[in-house]
Structures are given as C-alpha cells and as structure tokens.
Design a protein around this ligand. Structure first.
Ligand SMILES: NC(=O)c1ccc[n+]([C@@H]2O[C@H](COP(=O)([O-])OP(=O)(O)OC[C@H]3O[C@@H](n4cnc5c(N)ncnc54)[C@H](OP(=O)(O)O)[C@@H]3O)[C@@H](O)[C@H]2O)c1
Length: 225
C-alpha cells in the first residue's frame, strides 16, 4: 500500500478516489480551517507551500508518525487572478512572482523537505500542465505567467531527477479538469476530477526509475518539454 502524501487538490472527490484505489494517504491543506471539511480521508496536515515555516511544521508532524513516504504529489498550484487572460505584454510583476513562488519554489521546498523520507524508491509526481510545454506553446498568448511557472516546474522535475538517482520524479499534466481553476471565467472543462486522478495514477504506476525526469499526460501520452 502506498503512503501517499498529497498536497491540496479538492478534497472530497480526490480522497474518495484514493480510497477506492486502496491507498493510505495523507492530505495537506493550506490552512487548518479547510482541515475541518476534510471528512473521512487520512489524517490531514496543514501546509502552506509558500511558507518555509509551514512546510517545516508539516514535516515535523508527518515525521512523528512515519519514517517513510512512497509517493509525494505536489498538486498545489495557482495562476494569475485573470486566468487564463495574461498576455506577456500585460504581466504584473507581483502576479508573476506569486505564481512562481507557489508553483515552483513551493514544490522545490516541499520536495527538499520530504526527500529523506522518499529515499529509496519513492516517487514524486509534480502536477504540471500542458501549458508548461514550450514546444506546444508556440503561437499561444494566454496564461503567460502560468506557462512560465509550469515550464520552470518541468525543468525542476528534470533537475531533481538528474541529481537524485533513487527516487522517480515525473511531471504530470492532469488534463483540463473540472476544478475552480479549470472552470475559471465560465469555461467548461471536459475532464472530471475522477478521470484525471485515475488517469494520473495509472500513468504513474507504469513509470520506473528509467522514466525519471519525464513529462506525461493523464491519458498516458508522453509530452514534450
Ligand atoms: N484544472 C485544470 O484544468 C488544470 C490543468 C492543468 C494543470 N492543473 C494543475 O493542477 C493542480 C491543481 O489545480 P486545480 O485545478 O485543482 O486548481 P484550483 O481549483 O485552483 O485548486 C488549487 C489548489 O491548490 C491549493 N493551493 C493554492 N495555493 C496554495 C499554497 N500556498 N499552499 C498550499 N496549497 C495551495 C488550493 O488550496 P486552497 O483550497 O487552500 O486554496 C487548492 O487546493 C495545479 O497545480 C494546477 O496548476 C490544473
């Protein structure tokens, strides 16, 4: 059974799905307020990935219960307030820095913190996006800050994989999913949370150490950086 450590997706559908797949897992929420809504899943822990102190507290709480972690899912992510409208010519510096902080520096800090528990043979799934593919972004003008952050996250995945030989790191595109972000500005996303999570887990399970540093879609497609 996996000990999976999941950082902030929407609570109920995801937790039910993880249970369906027989995994014991921990859920991190940004604040203890949201923990109150957590329902039946594994013991919740609070973690604001933009705060080193919060990450340290979270690690301490987790380490008091376990000395090992099989899977870290870095799912927390944000975009700019007007997502997906964010042309390069209109980016506000503070919006860009905020997105980079949560989507890249946050993932880096959480991964560094939990890395000792993931060795050996643990897995890290960084929830990225198709929008982070430079190759697939040719001609695009939307979501610029977000695209920059996910492209950077993909590089981070590769760099961790280059350096840490006994842990499998992958970037994963969850699809265009029916969440707050996916439905912003009244857009209708085609992929349900269930389809996305099941697809990501299936795709992840087929990955070995040889795939470390690679980028995948929830439908099992290998994606270009
Ligand atoms: N939805 C899509 O179509 C889509 C497509 C491609 C990639 N993605 C990626 O999928 C992941 C999940 O996105 P989503 O669609 O579920 O977005 P969402 O509906 O906006 O939810 C974002 C999640 O991230 C958490 N979060 C934000 N800032 C945080 C912080 N500082 N510390 C800890 N947690 C934080 C939020 O927690 P709170 O509840 O506390 O705010 C929330 O659970 C993101 O990495 C996103 O970039 C989504």
């Amino acid at each position: 059974m996996y000990h999976s450590f999941h950082i902030c997706w929407r609570r109920t559908p995801l937790s039910d799905l993880y249970y369906l797949h027989g995994r014991l897992f921990y859920v991190l929420f940004r604040t203890y307020r949201t923990v109150l809504d957590a329902g039946k899943q594994g013991p919740p822990l609070a973690c604001d990935v933009a705060s080193d102190a919060s990450i340290a507290d979270c690690l301490k709480a987790f380490s008091a219960r376990h000395d090992h972690l099989d899977l870290l899912v870095n799912n927390a992510g944000i975009s700019t307030p007007d997502h997906p409208d964010d042309p390069a010519t209109g980016i506000r510096r503070e919006d860009l820095l905020r997105v980079l902080d949560v989507n890249v520096a946050g993932v880096c800090a959480v991964t560094q913190a939990f890395l000792p528990l993931l060795r050996k043979n643990g897995r890290v799934m960084n929830v990225s996006s198709l929008l982070g593919s430079v190759e697939l972004s040719r001609g695009a003008t939307s979501a610029t800050s977000y695209r920059c952050s996910k492209a950077s996250l993909n590089m981070l995945t590769t760099m961790f994989a280059n350096e840490v030989a006994d842990v499998t790191f992958v970037s994963m595109h969850p699809g265009w999913v029916q969440t707050d972000m996916g439905g912003s500005k009244g857009r209708k996303a085609p992929v349900t949370v269930e389809q996305s999570v099941v697809g990501m887990l299936d795709t992840l399970e087929k990955r070995t150490l040889a795939d470390s540093g690679s980028f995948w879609g929830f439908d099992g497609t290998a994606l270009p950086y």
